[in-house]
Design a protein around this ligand. Structure first.
Ligand SMILES: Cc1cc2nc3c(=O)[nH]c(=O)nc-3n(C[C@H](O)[C@H](O)[C@H](O)COP(=O)(O)OP(=O)(O)OC[C@H]3O[C@@H](n4cnc5c(N)ncnc54)[C@H](O)[C@@H]3O)c2cc1C
Length: 412
């Protein structure tokens, strides 16, 4: 990029899945974009590395599935769930149109780099890595650009933009500058994870275990390539504070002392350090549309409050933002009113699911209910089928946690 080029139609802060996918969607519509990221890719992102069916559908739209299959990944065909009293059951993701459905587990260092490289190959995309966004240039109440610092030479930088896209993650500087990044303990989760090799009994299913050590919360084992696995635990900020839990200790305790896992972890070796990070949850709706700016992914607090899944929602928000940004450029109208269409589309597409997940998160606080439901599903195929169906059919989970759905579950 010539050094003096400082004016852009669209500037995206953050080149994670949300930012890189949005850049690709825009570039393919012929829109020129500048993407800034403080990291240099490939970079790690602390995560469980589960790439759900929802992510897969956007990945397919971007044409990335083959690239993912060429790189390290595990294909995931189902879920194993267990309750605090040790009840356990496994469901396959039901087939769609006679074909086996699956998701992936892929290290974010690998997955994000694929999405990033795809964006950077687009001729309309200019990338600046190792460039930290420090704030917004706001005139009146309209976003006019961003300020940044080069991490290579400490140079202070300023760029003008018609539209700024905040896709810069859980601690988004763009969301902070817009005044919407307030941490609320009931709507933020923290989680830690580490990689392991040599865990016994890994399958092609992800494992979610509701265990006493991290109630309410869960312990996960997500299989990766070559017998490796991503293992972690997560809990709400508010519960961590109340129970005064150290997540790293809780995770070790679960692996080495819980009857379900101690044999499986007897010969397991940790590869790399345990890392933790924050999850801004979609249980509280954050404002996503501003005069001259929009927020995507974690910057928009879009993580599923029950499962902790955020990649699919980040990719979906990118996909929904692109046509509205295109329209704003076409009509030369960068007002909050224009970008409200994006915000409304996000809540239309993701809102019902986020609300259902919030209900499930609250129901998941009741140990007896988890013991009962998971115990019953372990015995009854009809309930397992109902849960499997709810996992994949959009909107179906809502029926499962509705009063009627709960009654049905009791009497199945
Ligand atoms: C422990 C843990 C486990 C999780 N497990 C899962 C899981 O298994 N499956 C799942 O779907 N989701 C999971 N999530 C959530 C998921 O990681 C996020 O929802 C997802 O990464 C959001 O993507 P994003 O593009 O919005 O943000 P990010 O992936 O966080 O990308 C943001 C980008 O912005 C850049 N950036 C940040 N600040 C600046 C700045 N000042 N200037 C310039 N660039 C900046 C960063 O370098 C980064 O590249 C987990 C989260 C945690 C913490």
């Amino acid at each position: 990029m010539p050094k003096k080029e400082t004016k852009f139609d669209v500037i995206i802060s953050g080149a994670g899945p949300a930012g890189s996918a949005c850049a690709t969607f825009l570039a393919r519509k012929g829109i020129k974009v500048l993407v800034l990221d403080k990291a240099r890719f490939p970079r790690d992102k602390t995560c469980g590395d589960a790439i759900s069916g929802k992510s897969v559908s956007v990945i397919r739209e971007l044409g990335l599935e083959k690239e993912i299959e060429k790189n390290y990944h595990a294909k995931i065909y189902g879920v194993t769930l267990s309750s605090p009293n040790g009840n356990m059951f496994t469901v396959d993701i039901p087939e769609r149109q006679g074909l086996k459905s699956y998701g992936y587990c892929a290290r974010r260092e690998v997955f994000d780099n694929i999405v990033f490289q795809t964006a950077s190959k687009e001729k309309n995309v200019t990338i600046m890595q190792r460039t930290q966004v420090t704030g917004l240039r706001i005139e009146g109440n309209v976003v006019k650009g961003i300020t940044a610092t080069s991490l290579e030479n400490n140079e202070a930088l300023e760029f003008d933009a018609k539209i700024v896209v905040g896709a810069d993650g859980a601690h988004s500087p763009v969301a902070s500058a817009l005044g919407v990044n307030k941490v609320e303990n009931e709507h933020y989760c923290t989680a830690v994870r580490a990689y392991y090799e040599g865990i016994g009994g890994l399958t092609d299913k992800i494992e979610i275990h509701f265990i006493d050590e991290v109630m309410p919360g869960y312990f996960w084992i997500f299989p990766l390539e070559n017998g490796m696995a991503n293992v972690g635990v997560g809990m709400l900020f508010s519960d961590l504070k109340k129970r005064n839990i150290n997540l790293k200790h809780a995770m070790h305790n679960a692996m080495h002392n819980n009857a379900l896992f101690k044999k499986r972890f007897a010969n397991a070796k940790q590869a790399g350090e345990i890392k933790g990070w924050t999850l801004p949850l979609g249980s509280k709706r954050r404002k996503l549309a501003f005069n001259g700016a929009v927020l995507l992914g974690d910057a928009g607090s879009l993580i599923d409050p029950f499962s902790g899944e955020g990649v699919g929602n980040a990719l979906t928000s990118a996909k929904l933002a692109a046509p509205v940004i295109e329209k704003a450029l076409r009509t030369n109208d960068f007002s909050e009113n224009t970008f409200k269409e994006y915000e409304e589309n996000v809540w239309k597409e993701l809102g019902p699911e986020l609300e259902t997940s919030y209900k499930m998160q609250r129901l998941g606080r009741y140990k007896w209910l988890l013991n009962f439901t998971i115990g019953k599903a372990a015995r009854k195929k009809e309930l397992r089928d109902l849960i499997a169906h709810s996992l994949v059919q959009e909107g179906a989970m809502k029926n499962l946690v509705s009063p009627l759905g709960l009654i049905r579950m009791f009497f199945l």
